[in-house]
Unconditional design. Structure first.
Ligand code: ACO
Length: 271
């Protein structure tokens, strides 16, 4: 099934929801309409039985040119603080929703990725970029600091030196450098990007979905915990997952121990 409007488009195909920023004429920059629409689309797709993985990409030459400087900044600021806070909460809201999404998510960075775009980039669990993609924290180029979480994103993902250089200079880096800096998992030629993302999505589609959600949340949560707190959280998280999924892991053990039909060290059990 396909849905297209002026800000967001998506197709669902073979378990993968291909969601796209869809303002190619504006290089997919995020205006308030897009931010509201993206939240609705995330709502619509999250618990659908035919969606196992969500991929976020952009129509045209951009992934996203960040926030819309005219509609998100200038026009909203002209309406006063209430409008600014509302626009922020709509943008930050869908990024937060994406960070804790019920399904695994992949950023497929096909082109330009600036500033505010680092919010949804970080929100996606995995990220694959075209070698040709271009990334920058361009805030410094027009006189603000990288807000909306962008500073936090680069400090969490990059070394302190790379984060500082990136934020202070506003210089572009390409997909290869983004991968070397660990801003994305991998970079590969644009012509091969979709095939690689499909391959990774298909790996995820074979896994137990309850375990995927528990695992992605655990990876994000434990980074801020002491070892002992993490150990405790992980026991509780697994026990909570067990209560949603009494059969999945038992079936995984059964196929390995009794049926000898697969080896967990080499791949996933047959769901
Ligand atoms: N906000 C508002 N409009 C934008 C944005 C943006 N972030 N990015 C592109 N557009 C608009 C342009 O104004 C232009 O509109 P027009 O056709 O009505 O004149 C249209 O999109 C196409 O943009 P061009 O600049 O003509 O496209 P080009 O391919 O030559 O350049 C590039 C692409 C490099 C992305 C350029 O548009 C650009 O620098 N955009 C701003 C990137 C940026 O710094 N974003 C803000 C980051 S900071 C933050 O998000 C908080």
């Amino acid at each position: 099934m396909t849905m297209t409007d002026e800000t967001v488009a998506f197709d669902v195909e073979n378990g993968i929801a291909w969601v796209r920023f869809n303002r190619p004429d504006k290089r997919n920059c995020m205006n308030p309409t897009l931010n509201r629409r993206m939240m609705e689309v995330l709502d619509e797709l999250e618990y659908r039985a035919d969606v196992g993985v969500l991929v976020l990409s952009g129509t045209g030459s951009a992934w996203s040119a960040g926030m819309d400087l005219k509609e998100y900044f200038r026009e909203t600021e002209a309406k006063g603080l209430g409008a600014v806070r509302k626009a922020q909460s709509e943008a930050y809201g869908w990024w937060r929703r994406l960070r804790w999404y019920g399904k695994p998510t992949i950023a497929m960075v096909n082109g330009w990725c600036f500033g505010g775009g680092y919010g949804p980039l970080f929100a996606c669990d995995l990220a694959f970029a075209a070698d040709e993609a271009q990334f920058a924290l361009s805030e410094i180029n027009w006189g603000i600091l990288p807000g909306g979480g962008a500073t936090k994103v680069v400090v969490d993902l990059l070394s302190m030196r790379d984060a500082m250089y990136h934020a202070l200079t506003g210089e572009l880096i390409d997909g290869r450098k983004a991968a070397a800096w660990k801003l994305v998992n991998e970079s590969l030629p644009l012509a091969d990007l979709k095939a690689r993302v499909t391959e990774v999505a298909n790996i995820l589609l074979k896994k137990n979905p309850i375990a995927l959600k528990a695992t992605k949340d655990a990876i994000r949560r434990v980074g801020e915990m002491t070892y002992d707190n993490a150990e405790d959280y992980l026991v509780r998280a697994q026990e909570a997952a067990n209560s949603h999924d009494n059969e999945g892991r038992k079936e995984g053990i059964r196929q390995f121990i009794d049926e000898k039909s697969y080896k967990p060290g080499l791949g996933a059990y047959d769901k």
